[in-house]
Design a protein around this ligand. Structure first.
Ligand SMILES: Cc1cc2nc3c(=O)[nH]c(=O)nc-3n(C[C@H](O)[C@H](O)[C@H](O)COP(=O)(O)OP(=O)(O)OC[C@H]3O[C@@H](n4cnc5c(N)ncnc54)[C@H](O)[C@@H]3O)c2cc1C
Length: 351
């Protein structure tokens, strides 16, 4: 059968490629299906000025180090080039753009319904990331707000925002970085649920990865690990955020309770007008395509043991973050999950 594979990987971003790297060595017949027109995964869609938190040598997929970036912390274009060259280097079989709409399972075989027809496989890896499922909280009055709203998933640059009143919502890294950029040309407000937590200036993504590794090891050895001391959700002081601090714009205003037609009503009842709201409020997991064979929770999470789906034999989930492996949502961290996953799949297909 032409469209029958041992393994199909859904998603051709960094997680899908890391899995392909290990699959390629097994001799199994595999294929990657990705719904983007070109290589790069979520990096194609992030804002233009986004830079990695860590230098190139701490941002590599298995097998091939990311080339050094002349600009220190690599910009998004450098990451996209690396991912494109990575898939060429290893000649991975990839079909694009192919959207996997849903899956069915019959007599141990998965049948994938896609925008390019049907595909079947004995095992499936879902590596679809989070970018396609941005999260906007349900806030009272949101439907009557007349201004423009966009999520960080769709923000590219401050063009078109000059001199507008812009509200940035969210106290994470996206919120801080977009605030830093937008505040150069607009009047900004920053709404947060809790006070932003900043990492010390000298700590970057290298340190975060070392911490994640220490946590992994401690838990494996049954030792105690103090997560409070090493909160990975803190803001990394990248140069743009440091510069914004100098300008005095990293001022958060707490949370607002509802919208009115022209803006928001803050916790103390004050009304403030805004033309634009940028939601930097995170993502759910893009697992809708699995709804027919397994029930994801409200965030899109699926019960797993490591990366293996607990209740669906033959299905693995790679790259979504902590619940599928420590640091698995990062370039350097996903290799570890990918290697274990392919070992498990090889054993499963040999049974
Ligand atoms: C502010 C910010 C800073 C970051 N900094 C770093 C950093 O410094 N270092 C680092 O390593 N990471 C960083 N990241 C994380 C990184 O961007 C993502 O976690 C990463 O891209 C996830 O990779 P992935 O392959 O799992 O998913 P993606 O890159 O999202 O790839 C998934 C692919 O699957 C496709 N897809 C989805 N659904 C389907 C479907 N049904 N059918 C077919 N294809 C589908 C998608 O279109 C996409 O091409 C950062 C993220 C943010 C928001």
């Amino acid at each position: 059968m032409v469209n029958f594979y041992d393994v199909i990987i859904i998603g051709g971003g960094q997680s899908g490629l890391a899995c392909a790297y290990y699959l390629r060595r097994t001799g199994l017949k595999y294929l990657i299906l990705d719904d983007q027109k070109t290589c790069g995964g979520a990096w194609l869609n992030t804002w233009d000025s986004l830079r990695l938190f860590s230098p190139a040598d701490h941002s590599s997929l298995p097998g091939w180090l990311m080339p050094k970036s002349e600009e220190g912390f690599p910009p998004k274009g450098h990451v996209i080039n690396y991912l494109c060259n990575y898939e060429k280097r290893y000649e991975f079989p990839i079909k694009r753009p192919v959207l996997v709409e849903n899956l069915a399972k019959e007599s141990g075989t998965f049948h994938l319904k896609t925008s390019a027809g049907g595909f079947s496989a004995k095992a499936v890896i879902s590596a679809t990331g989070t970018w396609k499922t941005p999260l906007i909280p349900k806030i009272k009055g949101i439907e009557i707000f007349k201004g423009k709203q966009l999520h960080s998933a769709h923000y590219r640059n401050p063009n078109g925002l000059k001199d507008k009143n812009v509200l940035i919502v969210g106290e994470g890294n996206s919120g801080a970085q977009i605030l830093a950029e937008v505040s150069k040309v607009t009047n900004t407000g920053w709404a947060v649920l809790k006070d932003p937590d900043y990492l010390p200036d000298k700590v970057d993504g290298r340190e975060l990865f070392n911490i994640a590794t220490a946590k992994y090891k401690a838990e494996k050895e049954g030792k105690k690990f103090n997560p409070e001391k090493y909160n990975l959700g803190k803001i990394v002081m990248v140069p743009s955020v440091k510069e914004a601090r100098k300008r005095g714009v990293l001022e958060s205003r707490g949370s607002f309770k509802e919208f009115f037609e022209d803006g928001v009503i803050w916790g103390d009842g004050t009304k403030e007008k805004f033309d634009v709201v940028i939601w930097c409020t995170g993502f759910h997991y893009a697992t809708n395509h699995l709804n027919n064979i397994v029930k994801p929770d409200s965030q899109g999470k699926i019960k797993t043991q490591g990366t293996k789906a607990k209740h669906t034999n033959g299905l693995w989930l790679v790259g979504y973050g902590g619940w599928t492996g420590y640091a698995s949502a990062t370039l350097i961290g996903v290799g570890r999950s990918a290697r274990t996953t392919i070992k498990e799949i090889s054993d499963f297909l040999e049974e």
